[in-house]
Write a protein that binds this ligand. Structure first.
Ligand code: SF4
Ligand code: MG
Length: 330
């Protein structure tokens, strides 16, 4: 069958309201073909909702989601079918996302059955190829999920997600349920598969430690909003949003010398409820830089530097920008 090169682009202005809970509120961003977009934020910031919107496991309440130039915000069953091939999701918990009563062969082969696709050489052969590709023994296709370790189960989830040759893979906290020692292996596997298969990733995480090495760009979310979005290097070297700085200060540093020098920012209080988010900047109840304007005026997400968007009235690391650098379009 013909080999085609695809350039997936998703663009979205998303707004989701579940009752009065604004899980995701007016998000606007794009994912570029072949990149890894990391999405970080504390639990309840709306990052999982965002992932489920992109993969269209959820329908947006408002706004628009585009995939490869096509509006996928509202699709009927027939429209959803090709999307279910092109866009796949990897879930956080490999324990609960795999049916314990099905063999690995049935689980990884299910997408072919659902889409009525018959791979060359048959489903079993293709499943074995997929298992080998994610580092599992292809002879184990007859085993059940409980016979595998947590890391291996996540590899099964990855094999299932890759079965239909997707273009975009959204991974929602793919390693946070795993031992720290296993996390890097699984993330590295995802990275290798991306290079090999030309995949585009959105990887969701609750902190910056796991995704920092694999993300090309990173979006930081707080209470349903993106507060900062830029390339990995800028985010680590010159974070502009106070919340990003706090998240960065929480990333473990193995080297004791560097650890001693490093700033530590402890955020006070809990994340406020998304049912009635704070007025103005939603972060103002926990921000040490907050002023009166922060409590009344919501800072828009704007590019203070090419490709570096931030939503803050008093951004960090911004003083040294030349006037010409400021307020450039993204
Ligand atoms: Fe802090 Fe104000 Fe910036 Fe919000 S807008 S992050 S409260 S300084
Ligand atoms: Mg990569």
């Amino acid at each position: 069958t013909g080999l085609v090169k695809h350039f997936p682009i998703t663009k979205g202005l998303l707004r989701r309201q579940v009752g009065a809970v604004q899980a995701v509120d007016g998000l606007s961003f794009d994912v570029r073909a072949g990149e890894t977009l990391g999405v970080v934020g504390e639990s309840g910031c709306g990052k999982s909702t965002m992932g489920r919107l992109i993969t269209r496991l959820l329908e947006p309440t408002g706004g628009k989601i585009e995939f490869q130039g096509k509006d996928i915000s509202h699709l009927n069953v027939a429209g959803m079918r090709p999307l279910r091939r092109d866009v796949q999701m990897i879930f956080q918990d490999p324990y609960s996302s795999l049916n314990p009563r099905h063999t690995v062969g049935t689980i990884v082969g299910a997408p072919f059955k659902l889409q009525k696709i018959n791979p060359d050489g048959g489903i079993k052969k293709e499943v074995q190829r997929l298992l080998a590709r994610v580092g599992l023994n292809p002879e184990h296709y007859n085993r059940y999920p409980h016979e595998f370790s947590g890391g291996q189960r996540q590899r099964i989830g990855i094999a299932r997600a890759l079965a239909l040759n997707p273009k975009l893979v959204v991974a929602d906290e793919p390693v946070s349920a795993l031992d720290v020692s296993i996390q890097a292996q699984v993330v590295n596997l995802l990275d290798d598969l991306q290079d090999e298969l030309g995949l585009t990733y959105v990887i969701i995480a609750h902190d910056l430690s796991v995704i920092r090495h694999v993300s090309d760009r990173i979006a930081v979310m707080y209470l349903g909003k993106i507060v900062e979005l830029t390339d990995r290097k800028s985010l680590y070297e010159r974070p502009m949003h106070p919340y990003t700085r706090a998240l960065l200060s929480a990333v473990p540093v193995p080297d004791p010398k560097r650890r001693a020098k490093r700033e530590r920012i402890l955020l006070l209080g809990d994340v406020p409820s998304p049912i009635s988010p704070p007025s103005g900047c939603r972060f103002h109840t926990r921000c040490w830089k907050a002023t009166v304007v922060c409590t009344v005026e919501e800072p828009p997400l704007i590019a203070l530097k090419t490709g570096h968007q931030v939503a803050c009235h008093h951004p960090e690391n911004h003083e040294d920008l030349k006037p010409d650098d400021a307020a450039l379009p993204v």
